[in-house]
Design a protein around this ligand. Structure first.
Ligand code: AMP
Length: 464
């Protein structure tokens, strides 16, 4: 087995690795570090959780330890699809470069230009950026990319999903063609293949086994659920979610709930909070400081439940997440593997529960095909409500009553969602079309003494 000491890394980097507690390089590290140190281009086909970040940061630090940065001309560039990933890469540099003198700047949206400009003006060894923000700086004439010796593209497949490929091509063309390129993607879609053929030269290709099979330490389950009415689907689904959370009890130390749509991320988080759960949302439309605060709280353990979209949670490195809930079956089967891979990390136990409505059956089939196994079915913990004579308004729990006042929201897949909680109304006793079947239990505010003329007109009104 390869050891870190066999890899020709700078001794100061080795010291930092030891302090991080890593014993041996992961396969992507053992494969990518030697060619990267030789100055070769690298094409790494690996996804998050494989140790890929260190597979480019460790050789970069070793290579950059010699030489000095020049004003406005970064010596290396790391492009990441999301702010969170960029921040995480920056943290990795802090960890592994702690005994080496290197300067870095993080160029991400939601952070003021002024501070970033000042750092770049001084000169940085490592510039970590999201593509849009980098180009903003470039266009403002604050940045020259002609000094870039090493360029990293991280999570290229996600860049493709997010429409960043034209930006990436432009950035490639702004850097010297003599640069070294380290390129990482979890999958090799044709468009990614095209980019690598165009911009990489004779790369060392390192592919680590696709994580199509989720870790064995993750217990998986699916709850199939059909709403009583289409317009109640959202609220009934959230009820199922709460019941699933409750059923896990103390075993749920911290969990991530994934939703396919940003609107649902917000609604779910809001609704959980109203019901007294310690939950917060994270998705791309929230401002950066809020996202950072939420993530930090989740990492530190002061926030128990994170409700997230795929993009926001992609690559997030929280070492021990006890549970993952899929509020929806993801549209791309591979996202299922990414999502549930947030739990059961490093040999720990984890549980992943997915809610599947009939509309998502096809997506569930695709997931099961990809992971090549049938996910065990779990009984819906919410039992159908027994039919009531009348909707008993006063019996509605406080939080449920509050949720019923939540605003109507748009479901991007189809019709409006009425956020009223499920309330069974037995039409057979509601008197429609029949004659005056008087329901004398439910006239509020009259005490026991209901004058008969009121009761009569009430019954007649209902019968009409
Ligand atoms: P990544 O795939 O870069 O997101 O890394 C996933 C996790 O693996 C991170 O928590 C790293 O700190 C950790 N890690 C990276 N390299 C090693 C290693 N050689 N041994 C143990 N853990 C590692």
């Amino acid at each position: 087995m390869t050891k870190f000491t066999d890899l020709n890394l700078n001794p100061k980097v080795l010291k930092a690795i030891e302090e991080a507690g890593y014993e041996n390089p992961t396969p992507i590290q053992a494969g990518a570090i030697p060619p990267a140190l030789e100055g070769r281009d690298v094409l790494g086909i690996a996804q998050t959780g494989t140790g890929k970040t260190a597979s480019f940061t460790l050789p970069m630090i070793t290579l950059l330890a010699r030489g000095r940065a020049r004003a406005r001309m970064p010596r290396s560039l790391v492009l990441c699809p999301t702010r969170e990933l960029a921040a995480q890469v920056a943290e990795n540099f802090d960890t592994y470069a702690k005994h080496v003198k290197l300067t870095k700047a993080l160029l991400i949206g939601g952070v003021s230009f002024k501070e970033q400009d000042a750092l770049i003006d001084k000169g940085v060894d490592v510039l970590i950026a999201t593509p849009g923000r980098l180009l903003d700086h470039f266009e403002r004439g604050k940045l020259l990319l002609t000094g870039v010796q090493i360029m990293v593209v991280d999570e290229a497949d996600r860049m493709l999903d997010m429409g960043f490929i034209p930006d990436i091509e432009r950035i490639f063309s702004l850097t010297p063609f003599t640069r070294q390129t380290l390129f990482f993607s979890a999958t090799m879609a044709p468009e990614i293949e095209r980019i690598t053929n165009t911009f990489l030269s004779g790369p060392a290709r390192i592919e680590v086994a696709r994580q199509a099979t989720a870790s064995e330490t993750i217990e998986q389950a699916v709850v199939q659920f059909k709403a009583s009415r289409r317009d109640r689907e959202g609220s009934e689904k959230r009820k199922v979610l709460r019941a699933l959370i409750d059923a896990e009890g103390d075993k749920l130390t911290n969990g991530i709930i994934f939703c396919n749509r940003k609107t649902d991320v917000d609604i779910c988080a809001k609704s959980l909070k109203k019901y007294g759960y310690d939950a917060a949302a994270i998705h791309g439309d929230l401002d950066q400081s809020q996202r950072t605060r939420t993530l930090d709280a989740f990492r530190e353990g002061s926030l128990r439940i994170l409700v997230a979209s795929d993009v926001a949670a992609r690559g997030l490195d929280v070492p021990s997440v006890s549970h993952v809930f899929n509020f929806d079956v993801p549209g791309h089967a591979e996202d299922y593997v990414h999502r549930i891979g947030r739990t059961g990390r490093a040999g720990r136990e984890g549980k992943a529960i997915t809610i599947c409505i009939p509309r998502d059956d096809k997506a569930l089939d695709a997931v099961e095909k990809l992971i090549q196994k049938e996910i065990p079915r779990l009984e819906n913990p919410v039992k159908p409500e027994p039919k009531r004579e009348k909707p008993a308004r006063s019996a509605k729990p406080e939080a449920e009553a509050r949720e019923s006042r939540e605003p109507r929201t748009e479901d991007t897949r189809g019709g409006r969602k009425d956020e009223k909680p499920a309330q069974k109304v037995d039409r057979s006793t509601s008197g429609r079309g029949k004659h005056g079947k008087r329901d004398d239990k439910v006239v509020v505010g009259m005490g026991d003494h209901l004058p008969s003329f009121i009761a009569l007109s009430f019954a007649e009104r209902r019968a009409s």
